[in-house]
Design a protein around this ligand. Structure first.
Ligand SMILES: *[C@@H]1O[C@H](CO)[C@@H](O)[C@H](O)[C@H]1NC(C)=O
Ligand SMILES: *[C@@H]1O[C@H](CO)[C@@H](O)[C@H](O)[C@H]1NC(C)=O
Ligand SMILES: *[C@@H]1O[C@H](CO)[C@@H](O)[C@H](O)[C@H]1NC(C)=O
Ligand SMILES: *[C@@H]1O[C@H](CO)[C@@H](O)[C@H](O)[C@H]1NC(C)=O
Ligand SMILES: *[C@@H]1O[C@H](CO)[C@@H](O)[C@H](O)[C@H]1NC(C)=O
Ligand SMILES: *[C@@H]1O[C@H](CO)[C@@H](O)[C@H](O)[C@H]1NC(C)=O
Ligand SMILES: *[C@@H]1O[C@H](CO)[C@@H](O)[C@H](O)[C@H]1NC(C)=O
Ligand SMILES: *[C@@H]1O[C@H](CO)[C@@H](O)[C@H](O)[C@H]1NC(C)=O
Ligand SMILES: *[C@@H]1O[C@H](CO)[C@@H](O)[C@H](O)[C@H]1NC(C)=O
Length: 412
């Protein structure tokens, strides 16, 4: 025993020393460093804990996205990419130049993106931090650029979203990182809202959710205790955005304005020993709005375009996720993207007088409302009366082009 102690101390010293040196050097990314998008290697800059990595992720065959992701989980979930989500080819590079510029060039050497450095000061190093924030810093360690200041659709614990100058823009679909159809922003009255956009532009169209904070919105904070709330400039909490929270030491967390227009807080156990009954996967802890299918209809009961495409309707299933369904006789225009509307699955028909009425029938759809799509409305009539009336005086004949031509929303 007496001999063992100094002996093992020596071994510990021998093995710890190089590890410590490595860990330190991996924190600061020095000038004249670069990463290249390549099929055969996954180069990245990792945070000291290894929780986050910065680099290129292959999104589709041979096409890469510059991104930050959760690196310790198999999903490698992306939390940041430059706004617009442009994919670049193999051979593209991200470079921290010797003069402190941070540039993404495509494989032809053409600049695709660069960090917009604020104010004075010269970048002397970059670092991927354990919070998920990637920073470019000066010699005195003040940050000249932060990925946290330019969020795309996601915020992380400790991140503050300055809603007066920035907003979250949803991506187009789960795997397409281009700008999508929804935004989280501050409206001109200082209220935090979710809005549809004039797609493909990102200018806001209609609001479908509001934090109802009566103005004064200043920043959205996702704090280290897992709370997400809207604050006033004086620091008072105006509105709580999420209703549940989880420990940030036991769970990886991210809040994202998703492609379906719902703002969700997700958690993922950091390891098997503290899961609190949650699966080893991302699960939703909290979300707004409660039912986006209903929320997308504004007070005037006029549908807000943007979620389900033409000829389809929105339903929220037991999994609390909205989906777009086609009415009978219609099929998805694009089976790969069910938000792209539905199209006819029958030969185009015309009404040439009463003898053709037998070619049409009525289908009953429960709990579906086609806002703004009524041809006629009758109260206190039976279903059979309605069917016969429609056959006798076909509304389809009078309005040949109105059948299912507007985008439809809502259902239960
Ligand atoms: C920058 O890196 C390249 C390749 O690693 C090297 O050839 C070059 O000398 C470096 N330039 C400076 C100024 O350090
Ligand atoms: C790179 O990462 C992708 C996705 O995580 C993985 O499928 C691939 O096998 C990795 N390639 C290498 C060379 O490690
Ligand atoms: C990247 O693009 C910039 C601007 O076009 C150019 O000055 C620079 O030389 C390029 N860098 C590389 C490594 O291609
Ligand atoms: C990173 O660089 C800055 C500025 O040169 C220095 O103050 C800091 O100690 C470095 N950090 C590490 C972990 O090397
Ligand atoms: C992503 O969606 C946009 C908008 O519809 C489209 O222009 C773009 O081609 C899509 N990108 C990919 C990689 O499919
Ligand atoms: C902080 O600002 C909010 C909204 O502007 C206001 O309602 C509240 O009274 C202020 N609180 C304090 C302590 O000044
Ligand atoms: C996070 O916010 C909640 C609600 O205001 C507060 O109770 C908690 O102390 C905050 N946690 C941290 C780490 O600031
Ligand atoms: C698992 O997570 C808990 C809580 O974050 C932590 O205390 C523990 O050290 C972790 N265990 C391992 C093996 O990483
Ligand atoms: C429907 O019929 C019931 C019973 O005859 C009557 O009380 C009610 O006022 C009628 N409603 C309308 C909208 O006509």
């Amino acid at each position: 025993m007496a001999f063992a102690s100094p002996h093992s101390l020596c071994i510990i010293l021998l093995f710890l020393l190089p590890v410590c040196v490595l860990a330190q050097t991996s924190q600061n990314i020095s000038l004249n460093s670069s990463l290249t998008a390549a099929l055969d290697k996954n180069d990245s800059w990792k945070s000291p804990s290894g929780d986050f990595a910065f680099g290129f992720q292959q999104i589709e065959a041979g096409m890469f996205l510059l991104a930050i992701w959760f690196d310790k989980i198999p999903e490698k979930t992306i939390v940041w990419s430059p706004k617009g989500g442009n994919l670049v080819q193999q051979g593209s590079t991200i470079q921290l130049t010797t003069d402190g510029q941070f540039r993404l060039n495509d494989s032809q050497g053409k600049q695709v993106w660069s960090a917009n450095l604020a104010g004075s000061g010269i970048v002397s190093y970059a670092a991927m931090l354990d919070t998920g924030n990637f920073v470019l810093a000066s010699q005195d360690s003040s940050n000249l650029w932060e990925s946290f200041d330019e969020p795309t659709d996601t915020i992380l614990p400790t991140q503050i979203l300055d809603v007066r100058s920035s907003s979250l823009v949803a991506r187009y679909s789960e795997t397409n990182y281009s700008n999508g159809r929804f935004r989280m922003r501050l409206d001109s009255n200082g209220n935090l809202v979710l809005s549809t956009v004039h797609f493909p532009q990102t200018s806001p169209n209609r609001d479908y959710w509001s934090a109802n904070n009566n103005g004064g919105g200043f920043q959205v904070t996702f704090n280290l205790s897992g709370y997400i709330y809207l604050e006033a400039e004086n620091g008072s909490i105006l509105s709580s955005i999420t209703s549940f929270k989880a420990s940030t030491s036991n769970f990886y967390q991210r809040a994202i304005l998703e492609y379906d227009g719902v703002f969700r807080l997700y958690v993922y156990p950091r390891n098997n020993s503290a899961t609190d009954g949650k699966p080893m996967a991302w699960s939703t802890l909290s979300f707004v709005p409660e039912n986006i299918c209903n929320s997308l209809i504004d007070q005037q009961q006029v549908e807000v375009s943007g979620f389900c495409g033409r000829n389809s309707y929105c339903i929220q299933g037991d999994d609390k996720r909205p989906k777009c369904d086609c009415p009978p006789g219609y099929i998805y225009s694009d089976p790969e993207n069910k938000m792209n509307g539905c199209k006819r699955d029958f030969v185009s028909q015309e009404c040439n007088g009463d003898q053709d009425a037998d070619h049409f029938d009525m289908r009953l759809m429960m709990s579906v409302n086609w806002w703004g799509g009524d041809y006629e409305r009758h109260n206190n009539v039976s279903e059979s009366w309605c069917t016969q009336e429609k056959k006798d005086h076909s509304a389809i004949r009078r309005n040949p082009r109105r059948k299912f031509t507007k985008p439809h929303l809502q259902g239960t």
